[in-house]
Design a protein around this ligand. Structure first.
Ligand code: NAP
Ligand code: ZN
Length: 348
C-alpha cells in the first residue's frame, strides 16, 4: 500500500513530499492511520546527517498517535478504532536479558528504531511517522487513554514524555527530591511537568529569559537563567538529580557542581559535537555521577502514558502543516518552540 509521507533524499536536501510503501499487516501487526506526529530534535539530527549512519530516503517521526484500522489474526488487546501510540521502537530480539526485563531500548541485538532501523520492508530501513499510516508489531504499540480531544498533545509523550519519565523513575525522584531540568525544549518541558507531578521540588534551567514565566506555569518551583553565574552559584551542592536535555555541546561542570554528594547528572541530549571533557574533581570529591539514559521500554511507555492521563499531563504544542516542517526545524534550532511542534497528518 502506497501512502503519502514527508522525508529527505539526502542530508543536504530539504524535507519533501514522497510516496512510501507500507506492508500489508501480518498476523502480529497493527495498522494505524496516523493522526498526529511530534517533531523531536532527534528527527533533525538524523535527517540532516548530524549523527553517523542515516539511510536515505529518511522519513523521521517517532511520536506517533492514531487510530487502528486493521489488526492481524494473532493480535490480542487491540481492535479496530482503538486510539494508540507508537514511540521510538518498533522491534527488538525479545530474547536477550534487556528484552526479558522490558528494556527493549537496550536490546543486546539492537532495537529497531521507528525510523532508520533495519527491516525486511522496502527500502530496507524503517520509515517513521511523518506519514499517513504505519504498520507495527503489536508488542510495540501502546494504548492512549487520554480524552480524544487531547490526542495531538499526547503525541510528544511517545518520545519526550518517556525519555524524561524513565530516568526520573530510575533515579527515584519523588517528594523530598530537589531536581533540575536543563533545557526547556520538547524533552525539558515534559521533564518539568512529570517531575512536578511526581512531587519533587523542580528547578528549570534555561538559556532563554523569555521562558522564565512559562517554566513556572509548567510546574517549576524555581527558574534559573543558566547563563547567569550568580544564579547558578546560589544552587551549588544542592541537587539530588539533574536531567540535562540540551541538544548542543556545552560545559557540564556548571551542572555537576550543583549536585549534592552522591547526586547524579543524567544526560539525555545527544549533541552533534561532543561536550568538553568534564572536570573529574567535581565528581571524585563528592562521589557524584554523570549518567545517561535512552528513551524507555514499552511497558514503561504504557505506564508513563497512564501516569500522564491520571495527572492530566499532555505536551504544550504548536500544530503545523506538513509543508512547514523545515520552518519548524529552523525555529527549533533557535530554541523558539513552546514546546513541541506536532504535524497534523491530515495535511500530509
Ligand atoms: P529541543 O526541543 O530543541 O530542546 C533543547 C533545548 O536545549 C532548547 O529548547 C534549549 O532550551 C536548550 N538549548 C539549545 N541549545 C543550547 C545551547 N547551545 N546551550 C544550552 N542550552 C541549549 O530538543 P529536544 O527534542 O528536547 O531534544 C533534546 C536532545 O535530546 C536532542 O539532542 C535529542 O536528540 C535528544 N534526545 C535523546 C533521547 C534519548 O533517548 N536519550 C530521546 C529524545 C531526544 P532553553 O531555551 O531552555 O535553554
Ligand atoms: Zn525523540
Amino acid at each position: 500500500m502506497t501512502v503519502k509521507a514527508r522525508g529527505a533524499h539526502a542530508a543536504d536536501q530539504p524535507i519533501v513530499a514522497i510516496d512510501i510503501a507500507r506492508r500489508a499487516p501480518g498476523p502480529r501487526d497493527v495498522q494505524i492511520e496516523i493522526a498526529y506526529c511530534g517533531i523531536c530534535h532527534s528527527d533533525l539530527h538524523t535527517v540532516r546527517g548530524e549523527w553517523a549512519g542515516t539511510l536515505y530516503p529518511c522519513v523521521p517521526g517517532h511520536e506517533i498517535v492514531g487510530e487502528v484500522s486493521a489488526v492481524g489474526n494473532e493480535v490480542e488487546g487491540f481492535k479496530l478504532g482503538d486510539i494508540v501510540g507508537v514511540g521510538c521502537i518498533v522491534g527488538s530480539c525479545k530474547q536477550c536479558s534487556a528484552c526479558d526485563e522490558g528494556l527493549e531500548q537496550y536490546c543486546e541485538r539492537g532495537m529497531v528504531g521507528t525510523y532508520n532501523g533495519a527491516t525486511a520492508d522496502a527500502p530496507g530501513h524503517t520509515l517513521g511517522g511523518y506519514s499517513q499510516r504505519i504498520v507495527v508489531d503489536r508488542d510495540f504499540v501502546v494504548h492512549v487513554r487520554h480524552p480524544r480531544e487531547q490526542l495531538a498533545a499526547v503525541a510528544p509523550l511517545l518520545c519526550a514524555g518517556i525519555t524524561t519519565y524513565s530516568p526520573l523513575r530510575h533515579w527515584k525522584v519523588g517528594p523530598g527530591s530537589k531536581v533540575g531540568i536543563v533545557g526547556i525544549g520538547g524533552l525539558g518541558h515534559m521533564g518539568v511537568k512529570i517531575a512536578h507531578a511526581m512531587g519533587a521540588h523542580v528547578v528549570a534551567f534555561t538559556t532563554s529569559e523569555s521562558k522564565r514565566q512559562a517554566a513556572h506555569e509548567l510546574g517549576a518551583d524555581e527558574v534559573v537563567i543558566s547563563r547567569d553565574a550568580a544564579q547558578m552559584k546560589a544552587h551549588r551542592g544542592s541537587f539530588d538529580f539533574i536531567l540535562n536535555t540540551v541538544a548542543a555541546s556545552h560545559d557540564l561542570d556548571a551542572y555537576t557542581s550543583l549536585l549534592k554528594r552522591d547526586g547524579t547528572l543524567c544526560l539525555v541530549g545527544v549533541p552533534e559535537h561532543a561536550h568538553p571533557s568534564p572536570y573529574v574533581g567535581n565528581l571524585i570529591f563528592k562521589r557524584r555521577a554523570i549518567a545517561g539514559s535512552m528513551i524507555g521500554g514499552i511497558a514503561e511507555t504504557q505506564e508513563m502514558l497512564d501516569f500522564c492521563a491520571q495527572h492530566g499531563i499532555v505536551a504544550d504544542i504548536e500544530m503545523i502543516c506538513a509543508d512547514d516542517i523545515e520552518t519548524a526545524y529552523e525555529r527549533m534550532l533557535k530554541s523558539d518552540v513552546k514546546y513541541r511542534f506536532v504535524i497534523d497528518a491530515a495535511t500530509m
